[in-house]
Structure formats: C-alpha cells, structure tokens
Design a protein around this ligand. Structure first.
Ligand code: DX5
Ligand code: ZN
Length: 225
C-alpha cells in the first residue's frame, strides 16, 4: 500500500437522471469527483443501448471534468476518434471487440485523447500484454458490462493485483481504472489493490444525494486516513 496513492472518483452518468443531467453533473463536481464516466452501449456488444455522440457534445459544454468514454460497442475503431473529437478526454475500447486494437489505441492518442483498453471479467490479462505499451489506462471490468447496479465479482481483486504487478514489472505508467459494483463497502480494498480511477454508478446516483455519495466514497477510500 502506498500512502501517497492518488485516486479519482469517476461517477457513471448511466445511473443519473438524464432529464436533469446538468444538475447531476454539478452535484458530483461539488462532491469532489474529477472524472465523468460516460457509458456507451450499442445493443450488440452488450444487451443494452445508452447514449452516444450528441449527448457527449452537450455534456462537454456543461462541464470541465475529465470525460471518460467507455465504448461497449462492436467495431469501436469506427467511432473511437469521433468520441475524442466530440470532447472525450479518455476513450476506452474493449479488447474483446477490436481485432486491430493497437491501431485504434494509436488513433485515439493521435487525436489527442488518452487511450484505454477495457477488459471483461472472463478475459485473461494475457490478452493485454502486447497492446499495453500503447495504452494510457486499462479499464478492468468487475461486472459483465451492460447494466448499472450489478454485484462486484469478487475475483476482480486478485485480477486487479495481478494487473498492477504486470504494469509495474514492465516499468509502465499505465493507469488502472475499475468499473462495476463499487461502493463505500469495497472501495478501500480496491484502492489498496492498485486501482487509481474508481467508477461508481448506483453508489453515487442511487440514493438521490450524489454530492454526499461522492464524499462518502472518497472518505471510505482514503487509505492514508
Ligand atoms: C456497466 C458500466 C458501468 C456501470 C457501473 O456496464 O460500464 O460503468 O455504470 O455502475 P455500478 O457502479 O452501478 O456497477
Ligand atoms: Zn463503464
């Protein structure tokens, strides 16, 4: 455990009230969130459909937070750069969805974005090895993507620790983001295990008090406290 470790809270607006998105964003800013997680689903890669480029353009105008677009879509190479152009600072594509991953990551970087690889719970970490030097961050899924409010898959802690080792052993600066089933009860262990960007959807927006919920997560995760 590193007492200097910096972590960021990335509320997922998937669980927000879309009719009041501006207010919801201001509420998480007030709580101390620094990243806005933007879940894009196409009804093919995952069984759900959510939001896309036009919503991103509007959200970009409404906040200075880092916008983190998580593309849960087939053929992400067709859209990844468009998300950077629409205002996303970080864009992740699933390793399971892209057979030319290195090319897509490089295109995201060349467009000025931070490039991320998202990885599903059942996909082994070895699938990341060759592309790791081309990624700015890894988005480790701790639920199967598609819906908010699912239960954290407990084996994700061990996978997270192994990913941390894999990055550190290679001397890389790749950041680790984790997504799915995170709340005030498990966030501390997750931060201690090496995650730096913590996505939380229902834990932030589920109880109608997003400002307080973000603060609660920050307090619960403060491993130096
Ligand atoms: C799941 C999404 C997540 C989701 C997290 O497919 O990628 O970002 O919004 O929601 P919670 O925190 O409720 O699991
Ligand atoms: Zn997500």
């Amino acid at each position: 455990m590193n007492s200097q470790q910096i972590f960021e809270i990335a509320p997922s607006i998937l669980s927000a009230d879309f009719a009041r998105l501006g207010e919801e964003i201001r509420a998480i800013e007030a709580g101390g969130a620094t990243v806005l997680h933007f879940d894009v689903m196409d009804g093919h890669f995952v069984p759900n459909i959510t939001i896309g480029l036009p919503v991103l353009e509007s959200v970009r105008k409404a906040t200075d937070l880092t916008i983190d677009a998580h593309l849960m879509i087939e053929e992400p190479s067709r859209y990844a750069v468009k998300f950077v152009e629409a205002g996303a600072n970080m864009v992740s594509v699933h390793v399971e969805a892209d057979v030319h991953l290195q090319r897509t990551l490089t295109a995201i970087r060349e467009a000025g974005g931070q490039a991320g690889i998202a990885i599903n719970p059942a996909t082994p970490l070895t699938a990341l090895e060759e592309a790791l030097p081309f990624a700015d961050f890894i988005l480790l899924m701790s639920v199967n993507p598609g819906f908010g409010g699912q239960k954290f898959i407990h084996t994700s802690i061990d996978k997270l620790r192994r990913l941390r080792r894999m990055i550190d052993e290679r001397g890389l600066q790749t950041r680790i983001e984790i997504d799915g089933g995170i709340d005030a009860g498990n966030i501390r262990k997750i931060v201690e295990s090496g995650a730096e960007i913590i996505v939380a959807g229902s834990a932030v927006f589920g109880k109608g008090k997003p400002t307080e919920a973000v603060k609660e997560l920050i307090d619960a995760a403060a491993v130096w406290a």
